[in-house]
Design a protein around this ligand. Structure first.
Ligand SMILES: C[S@@+](CC[C@H](N)C(=O)[O-])C[C@H]1O[C@@H](n2cnc3c(N)ncnc32)[C@H](O)[C@@H]1O
Length: 260
């Protein structure tokens, strides 16, 4: 069977354009049309040539302007017309980004799909903040979880397994439920003194980092009034973050706030 067309599923990273892969940059600059979501930063959108079409299918929390099946159909239609289509997604397309669904739908529809990985926000934000996600004597492993759940469905995690002081926990999309997540982790044995870093708009000029502790994170978040994406890093490795202020080039511009 001949393919009906091709779609490039490309990760844009957490926001800093210099974290794009060379391949992502080349594809963005040669695309006929770029279909992007709300997490793709303005600095990266500025790299799309003026002659290329830009389609915003961004979803905001509790607001879904373009439903996922419509995005899948749109990508197929554009590729079928012979366009060079880049589907640009924040971070890595396969990390909590529904990239797998788009890949499967397009492949089932007879399209070729090439996936280009991006720096996922956990890695980009941790690196910029000088937080090693694993570190000898602090954390022997790391887990990425989503704090978002579908409407009226409880967060259903292996809380006992997650409440492990030897493992760093990175929480994507956790802002709305951080109160419940912190409470459950504490109820399952994680110390309320466990350090937490909340990173808002990581790797962008507007980046803010707040260090707090698990027992206080919900109150800290309420006070902080974040605007834009937020990621939580939970674990002893956060204690290492203070080194960045003096040692890491380019990472000290972000606002660091400490709430005990
Ligand atoms: C739908 S998920 C997409 C994750 C993305 N595919 C990735 O690999 O990073 C969106 C969540 O990613 C996190 N996120 C993405 N970019 C971020 C950034 N620049 N700063 C902080 N958090 C970010 C936030 O937790 C946000 O709610």
């Amino acid at each position: 069977m001949t393919a009906k067309g091709k779609v490039y599923l490309v990760g844009a990273g957490p926001g800093d354009p210099e974290l794009l892969t060379l391949k992502a940059l080349r594809l963005i600059q040669t695309a006929d049309v770029v279909v992007y979501d709300r997490l793709v930063s303005e600095d990266i959108l500025d790299l799309i040539p003026a002659g290329a079409a830009k389609v915003d299918v961004g979803k905001r929390p509790n607001d879904h302007p373009v439903p996922q099946p419509d995005i899948n159909r749109l990508l197929g239609r554009l590729a079928e017309n012979g366009s060079m289509v880049v589907r640009l997604k924040g971070g890595d397309p396969f990390m909590f980004g529904r990239g797998g669904e788009e890949l499967m739908e397009l492949a089932a529809g007879g399209f070729l799909v090439e996936v280009v990985p991006g720096v996922t926000s956990a890695q980009g934000c941790a690196a910029a903040a000088g937080v090693p996600l694993t570190h000898r004597g602090y954390a022997s492993g790391v887990r990425y979880i989503t704090g978002h759940c579908r409407a009226n469905i409880d967060l259903d995690f292996d809380w006992r397994g997650l409440a492990d002081p030897d493992t760093t926990l990175v929480i994507y999309m956790g802002l709305a439920n951080i109160d419940e997540i912190a409470g459950r982790l504490i109820a399952h044995g994680l110390s309320p003194e466990t350090p937490v870093m909340a990173i808002n708009n990581g790797t962008r000029l507007s980046e803010r980092r707040v260090i707090t502790r698990l027992g206080a994170v919900a109150a800290t978040v309420r006070r902080s009034q974040f605007d834009g994406p937020v990621l939580f890093i939970v674990g002893d490795v956060v204690r290492l973050a203070t080194h960045i202020e003096t040692t890491a080039a380019g990472a000290s511009d972000a606002r660091l706030e400490i709430h005990a």
